[in-house]
Write a protein that binds this ligand. Sequence first.
Ligand SMILES: NC(=O)c1ccc[n+]([C@@H]2O[C@H](COP(=O)([O-])OP(=O)(O)OC[C@H]3O[C@@H](n4cnc5c(N)ncnc54)[C@H](O)[C@@H]3O)[C@@H](O)[C@H]2O)c1
Length: 342
Amino acid sequence: MTSSNNMLNFGLFGCGRIGRMHGRNITLNSRARLAACYDVAADAARQAGAALGCTAVASIDDILGDPAIKAVLIASSTDTHVELIRASARAGKAVFCEKPIDLDMALVDACWRDIGSLDPLLMIGFNRRFDPEFRSVKERLDAGAIGSIEQVVITNRDPAPPPPTYLRESGGLLHDFTIHDFDMARYLAGEIVEVSAFGANLVDPMFREADDIDTAMLVLRTAGGALVHINNTRRCVYGYDQRIEVFGAKGMLQAGNRHPSTVEVWTADGTRARDPVMPGFMSRYDDSYRAELDHFIDCVVNGTKPITDFASAREALRIADAAVASMKSGKTMRLEGAGRGS
Ligand SMILES: NC(=O)c1ccc[n+]([C@@H]2O[C@H](COP(=O)([O-])OP(=O)(O)OC[C@H]3O[C@@H](n4cnc5c(N)ncnc54)[C@H](O)[C@@H]3O)[C@@H](O)[C@H]2O)c1
């Protein structure tokens, strides 16, 4: 799958916040080369092309029709993902697409009906599975460090609201943000069979105006009987609060926050604790984004399946749909027939 110089040639769709970050990671990866980038906003593509040292092309087909480009990274707005996945898979490219696949389950299923028989190499960017700390929690769970899982607590607090333009297309807190936690809950504790969600508007009126929430607390039940608590907010004054706790029959595993440094200041006035926690997703999860890219390249080189595949991303969306239904109805929702995907 690699080109003659043994580098995997990528085309990048979408040169916004996350697209530029993925583009940079491709250029830094010793097994990859960023050949071209495309964005509907030509200026965004031009600027990214200049910054990343690749060709900014004028159409999707300039990437899909280039036989030297073997892989695409889709980092455009969520509502463009299924079309780009479909076109890229049909063009025979290996596909890495940002989460979520789409907000509409009917479109997700139609996409798979169209391309499933092609057996595409298709990975969805649930990067938190590649975070070294969360991965270590998972490995220790699998090794039986705390016995059977009884409770999981996932804290996921954004420091500040995303840009209003992003918010409009995001699909709302539960589909855009909490979806990472749904995937993490499945990754750590197995299939989810029940969801109960509460939402609130406590942070900024713009969320209510966008028919969205800015604060959420959820309880999920796994097929194995464990309970999962997820808490989210779009404003957290001390930084990007990312913690996971798994409690089991034989103890607890805890992954705490990262700080820019571990320095504490001790003076006659007292002790000042460490710097605030990391300021946002780019800095907190930087190594997970690099690791997920490496995993994708491994899959292309070795012909293996990614651990964050289409089916597992579909399952995260199914849980998000159930969470919204629960929040709107005030009822606990049961998820029938869970268990697809990794
Ligand atoms: N995994 C993560 O941690 C993470 C973090 C942020 C965003 N995301 C996901 O990444 C995606 C992009 O988010 P963002 O924050 O970069 O948004 P953004 O608004 O900053 O960038 C999106 C870009 O896509 C471009 N675009 C729109 N339609 C296009 C098309 N048809 N073809 C090519 N480009 C197109 C826009 O012009 C824009 O430049 C979203 O799906 C989001 O859910 C994931």
